[in-house]
Ligand binder design. Sequence first.
Ligand code: FES
Ligand code: FES
Length: 214
Amino acid sequence: MSTEPEAPAPTPADGPPAGPSRRTFIATTSAVGGAVIAGGAIGGGLLAASDEADAAPAAPASRVSLTVNGTRHTVTVDNRTSLLDLLREHLDLTGAKKGCDAGACGACTVLIDGHRQNACLTLAVRLEGAKVTTIEGLADGDQLHPLQQAFIDEDAFQCGYCTPGQIVSGYGCIQEGHTGSPEEIREWMSGNLCRCGCYVKIVRAVEQAADRQK
Ligand code: FES
Ligand code: FES
């Protein structure tokens, strides 16, 4: 019974093993992988996206009629449209600002049937027959509303981004009779944030306008 000698284990001195090297392996897989990705994007991904777009059902839309600053409007909007987007995107009334779009800052404050509301949290399609007042509706032609004038007199803004919401909210605050003291004004204006920190002057402006209205 003959036995053949076992092949000796390779040593570093024997050089690299036959077959693909690490470098050629990486180059090959990169090229193949790239081709797969490119093929997916060109042949599959984009076509799939376009198929999906074709297949996507139209978003439900509704017609709504409402009065904004004394003018009646009838518009057809996606049911998910907020009052803020209706004002800004459909009616070109950009005075109400989009700060947080989540009910936290008050930059979008408007009056709906006389009550202060965050327009970003209000669905437009729920406002059939409503009367909306925005910052654009407070002045009487070239004559500023007393509260707008008071904001100027008291220098109650810096960047001005929160100002339309502050003024509409201050108007509501005065109408509601919550202006008995600076503390009361602060409390009832607390939903309106000012990142520039003009609170002291904003409260003074509301006080001034409330005094003039007495
Ligand atoms: Fe509506 Fe901030 S944008 S509360
Ligand atoms: Fe700048 Fe109020 S004035 S956020």
